[in-house]
Write a protein that binds this ligand. Sequence first.
Ligand code: ADP
Ligand code: MG
Length: 592
Amino acid sequence: MSKKKKEHAKAPRTKRRRSKRFAVLQVARATSRKRGFVVVICLILSGVAEGFGLASLMPLIALIGEQSGPPSALQRYMDQILSYLGLPAEPMVLFGILVAGMVVKAILTLIAMSQVGYAVAEVSTKMRMDLIQALLGARWNFFVRQPMGRFATALSVEAGRAGDAYNAMAVFLSHAVQALVYIVIAALVSWEAALLSIGVGAFMVLSLNRLLVAAKRDSRKQTKRTKALIRRLADVLVGIKPMKAMGRQARFAELFTKDIQEINRALRRIVFARHANRALQDPITAVCLGVAVYIALSVFKVPVAELVVMSILLLRIVSHIGKAQQDLQTLQIAESGFFAVRNAIDDSRIAREVTTGTAVPAFERVISLRNVSFAFADTPVIRDVTLDIAAGGVTTLTGLSGAGKTTLVDLMLGLHKPDTGDILVDGTSLSDVDLLRWRNMVGYVPQELILFHDTILNNVTLGQPEFSRADAEQALRQAGAWDFVSAAPEGLDYVVGERGSTLSGGQRQRIALARALVHKPKLLILDEATSALDPVTEGLIVRNVSELSRATGVTVLAISHQASWASVADNVYRVQEGNVIDLSLARGARQH
Ligand code: ADP
Ligand code: MG
């Protein structure tokens, strides 16, 4: 197995994402530790405060009604606390404690939940930032293989759902804490009551668990289908013209419909599961409580005051357990968004472009390729190429489509790394060169150029503030685009439409050329950049560019089949099945 192949085989395994178990904990860790700490402490204290308030209910009822039998542990503790505080066990005092407990609980819950609110925003924001950072820093061949719709959904919908997941996690925690506090209080009243509450809660959770599992499955399906839909939409919109022109868009409408209907089905099941869960909790609780009260009254002869308090406790415990389960369900529905974003971040980070070189390139003399070979997976594309591109001149690469011209250029830019051999700028290997600085010296016009839905000015400057309108105008003049730009009523501020669709192909190419010229590059690479132009305009640009080259010393590397480039070129090479043949020698020989 070649090294390359092994890398490819390994890729899915290193990519194998972190486990999705214990989603609650993983979601909880998505925000800063301090904030998480504040939330947890506030929630626990608020549970305790409410418990305190409720605990005063027991002596209160005992005071109002007639006390029969020995006092419960809870009542003894309350009496102790009251005498410690020097407060009389009077109804108004106990009632005061009840109200105070509830107020403190409300305030603490509010603090906790507002922290949760900030955390939710923080989770979405941080995940979005991380994703953008990781994505823009990824290697070139990672982009080539990614459906960009994946990142669009991750950035928009799924980052939002990751925030929802965090919220559900916090609310789940809050209900779990409160259930726990009530169970402790119930245990102080009577451990049988506490056990009974736990039993009822467990019975309810288990009987409704199927709904939870179903919701999780449907939510995964929804995430997957939404992603597919957006990915397809992005694809179709980019390539809509030929489909419309040939009347062949119906097939895509069909595909969309299928995705949308599948999402619809999943959504319906999710909503049903959620409401069924909610709706079934009350009847289950009511039946269990009825049975428990009947047994307590008729078998154990529990006094009414105690029974009232215990019923309240049981209802509260079961309702908190039920709510915690609902939160878990919400979390499981939203968590697929959380994991989708995290996987997108992880994948992009794994594909991070590592540049260790620090040498500052000058490019005064030559770019040299020394025995460079390169293969995509196991398909060799460049075979043992040795080539010098001298600074200052015009070099043309020709060759059949698929011969490897674009790949050769990508190698020179460090977008791909050679499998064997080396590429040197003025004698320094690209692996030692600071690649960002090297690329900053390059003006690049790609084969498939895309303009942004923005003004001509911003399309030329890419929104970089260091370029003035005068810089843009100069670049547009050099690119032979100034005539039609100045003719538009808005001039530089003309908005070119989606992907530049309000301009002709040739006009788009000239704006892309201006974009490559505006930062005064030392190396200008034109990858079939003038192929969409008529011979007259092309000739004009070829003349402009070669004059620019002579005047400013910019090195031009033009990939082209057209004769006009060959006529001004100092060197002409043909790329053929991954080899490079020097045609200037042949040309020179012919001329003699
Ligand atoms: P051209 O000379 O037309 O610019 P390219 O350099 O784009 O040719 O492509 C050379 C060969 O490499 C082609 O056979 C093409 O199919 C293949 N190729 C290009 N890009 C990739 C890629 N990202 N993954 C796999 N194969 C690729
Ligand atoms: Mg090409």
